[in-house]
Design a protein. Structure first.
Length: 187
């Protein structure tokens, strides 16, 4: 059961239609970690009042029932009603799509077949985007100074595939997990 305040917030959400979509340049997002006005830690309520409508919504959007909001191929993930992740893996089986409220400048995502580790590291270096790299049993992870993490995997499970040929499977803006970057003890 929604309170009157929550119902009013849903009405406000329905009114957050913009005459033209917000433009998101993925190159700038990778460089800076900025996704328009969004920042990790913002509440659902703040986002409802300051950012356009997600693709599909209903009265459950302010509750804990709906923890992923989609904008085309971009997802906002919430925990305890706070934004903790801006994520995408939607190009993996097709193109990374814009939405009716967000227009994406796709940068390297125009040709998803190129998105292997070597190509992405070359593009990042070409645009002076610093990163650190970790290879482990989960695959390869690049963490950009902007807070963006890129995950690469052997998607076809090819035997003896060089890690440089691992394919980009997701990107996200997320707080750094220091345990993921700890050096493993040598056996």
């Amino acid at each position: 059961m929604l309170t009157l305040v929550q119902k009013n917030n849903i009405d406000a959400l329905r009114d957050m239609q913009l005459p033209t979509p917000i433009e998101i340049d993925l190159l700038e997002f990778f460089k800076t970690g900025k996704f328009d006005c969004l920042q990790l830690g913002q509440t659902k309520e703040w986002i409802i009042h300051n950012f356009p409508d997600p693709d599909d919504y209903d009265a459950d959007f302010l509750t804990e029932k709906v923890n992923i909001w989609t904008y085309g191929g971009i997802e906002l993930h919430f925990k305890n009603k706070e934004l903790y992740l801006i994520f995408s893996d939607h190009w993996y089986e097709g193109k990374l799509e814009s939405s009716h409220q967000i227009q994406l400048n796709k940068w390297v995502f125009e040709d998803i077949d190129k998105l292997n580790l070597m190509y992405m590291m070359t593009e990042l270096n070409r645009h002076h985007i610093d990163f650190k790299k970790k290879t482990d049993e989960l695959g390869v992870l690049l963490r950009l100074n902007s807070g963006i993490e890129l995950t690469f995997d052997n998607v076809d499970d090819l035997e003896d595939l060089d890690t440089n040929d691992f394919h980009l499977t997701s990107f996200s803006l997320v707080m750094e997990n220091p345990y993921r970057w700890k050096k493993q003890k040598q056996r």
